[in-house]
Design a protein around this ligand. Structure first.
Ligand code: ACO
Length: 435
């Protein structure tokens, strides 16, 4: 806490209120409003939480003005270049990079928790073949709360660790089962000798009737995408996990709530929406028309994969993914180059347009990620599921931080009520006709 104080004058009583200022390690100072209501009788109003810190956290830092993203203090660019998804998962969960021994033990634990209870696998039969995979994944993850009762005491550190390892290990198996169900193909069991991303590709693409070799280029690309998507401080889905978890609910249920929040097109669903948009635009000659639509206040169309609540500069993850697209499409000899070229052209036109310049709208993490997923053979409807697999690490890390914090209270925002004032019930015969 800083010595600084912010003063507010209550206009009715002319009383001065002193608000303490909290100092972060990085980023702007934060006014503590914890005692505001009890001292002044007023609430604060901040729709969309644009200026509200909902918790203290020491996991991830984002500087939206400068385009900086740090996991536990490490720049995303360095982690993307030198680390692996499993090492990043350890870093996020434990706060420090692992020693060789710690990494080996963590990797072993994740590899040996990949199988699903057979009853859980049977849940998929209840879904129609064309169910959206996000619906299946959130449903099955929520169903995990009906299992593991002996190891889900959230007050026990050991149980919290077991939960973290289980959900991180099993979510690719659940995602692959959702994919196989939608294809009408048999589920493929995990092969624990494979690393995290190779195992996921194996469960997605191998079939019993043929041999399948995981392409190491594809596994590496996925690993990098997963690093970039692993955490992003108090975004919509992470805040949802925290809010649901703050009631003390079963942690699998809290993660399922996060998966549901991620699905929306304003959040993780944007990667699917970007490809739909690029396909609809079809050719560079139509870009002008779509840019005009995005700028038209009367048209609900938005440039998907553009804009971010926090980044008012290029999203550092988009910079890495954009570079990766160039390399990967060449290495995989993918046929999606025209779509990538269209995306590059669209970005170029938007970034020169006054509307996008004035509103600081830049490509976000989702603008290019779908192009890579497509080049890896992953269908559009699975893109947001890929995001969920990676973000699961962030959700679990935030959930653990919150549960372990003795100062955590149930999340319970207040409101600015604008409904009718108090009134008396009227019998049906005494009500006026609606106008
Ligand atoms: N295309 C056109 N105009 C846009 C776009 C866009 N993609 N994004 C924002 N704007 C405009 C808005 O119309 C608004 O204009 P106004 O001030 O004239 O009303 C202004 O920019 C500010 O936009 P808000 O919606 O108020 O910004 P907010 O921070 O609430 O929303 C969001 C951020 C949801 C990401 C928004 O930029 C958007 O809808 N982008 C497209 C969807 C997308 O790519 N989502 C993925 C985000 S990254 C992630 O979650 C992983």
């Amino acid at each position: 806490m800083s010595d600084e104080r912010y003063s507010l004058i209550d206009p009715t009583s002319a009383r001065r209120l002193e608000l303490p200022v909290l100092e972060p390690t990085l980023g702007p100072n934060v006014l503590s409003l914890a005692g505001l209501y009890s001292h002044s009788g007023v609430f604060t109003y901040d729709p969309g939480f644009g200026a509200t810190a909902s918790c203290t956290s020491n996991i991830t830092y984002v500087d939206g003005e400068k385009g900086i993203l740090l996991y536990r203090g490490y720049p995303i660019e360095q982690l993307a270049e030198h680390s692996t998804f499993i090492e990043v998962a350890y870093l996020l969960l434990h706060g420090e990079l692992p020693t060789a021994e710690q990494l080996q033990a963590f990797d072993h634990s994740i590899r040996t928790h990949t199988m699903l209870n057979e009853s859980l696998l049977r849940f998929f039969n209840g879904f129609h073949h064309n169910a959206h995979p996000m619906a299946m994944v959130s449903g099955v993850v929520a169903s995990m709360s009906a299992f593991y009762h002996d190891t889900t005491d959230i007050q026990m550190e050991h149980d919290r660790d077991v939960f973290a390892h289980r959900i991180i290990a099993k979510i690719p198996t659940i995602a692959a089962a959702a994919y196989k169900h939608s294809k009408g193909q048999p589920f493929v069991y995990p092969l624990n000798r494979l690393d995290y991303c190779s195992n996921m590709l194996h469960m997605f693409f191998s079939v019993p009737s043929d041999s399948y070799e995981v392409d190491p280029v594809a596994a590496q690309a996925l690993d990098l995408l997963f690093i970039l998507h692993a955490d992003h401080e108090q975004n919509c889905s992470t805040s949802t996990v925290r809010l649901a978890g703050s009631s003390g609910t079963n942690p699998y249920a809290a993660i399922a709530a996060g998966i549901s929040a991620l699905w929306g097109p304003a959040h993780g669903g944007a990667n699917e929406a970007v490809i739909n948009m690029l396909e609809e635009i079809g050719s560079a000659k139509h870009i002008g028309k779509y840019i005009a639509r995005a700028k038209d206040r009367n048209d609900p169309f938005r440039l998907m994969g553009f804009g971010h609540r926090v980044y008012k500069n290029y999203d550092p993850r988009a910079t890495i993914i954009r570079k990766m697209c160039h390399r990967l499409l060449e290495q995989l000899k993918a046929s999606d180059t025209p779509l990538f070229e269209l995306a590059l052209r669209l970005e170029e036109v938007a970034l020169r347009d006054d509307y996008f310049i004035e509103k600081n709208l830049y490509p976000n993490v989702d603008f290019y990620s779908g192009i890579i997923y497509r080049a890896l053979g992953i269908p559009k409807s699975m893109f947001t599921v890929m995001f969920a697999i990676a973000r699961c690490v962030g959700w679990v890390t935030h959930w653990r931080e919150m549960v372990a914090d003795p100062g955590t209270r149930i999340g319970r925002p207040r409101q600015l009520y604008v409904g009718p004032p108090s009134r008396n019930y009227r019998a049906i015969g005494e009500r006026e006709e609606a106008a």
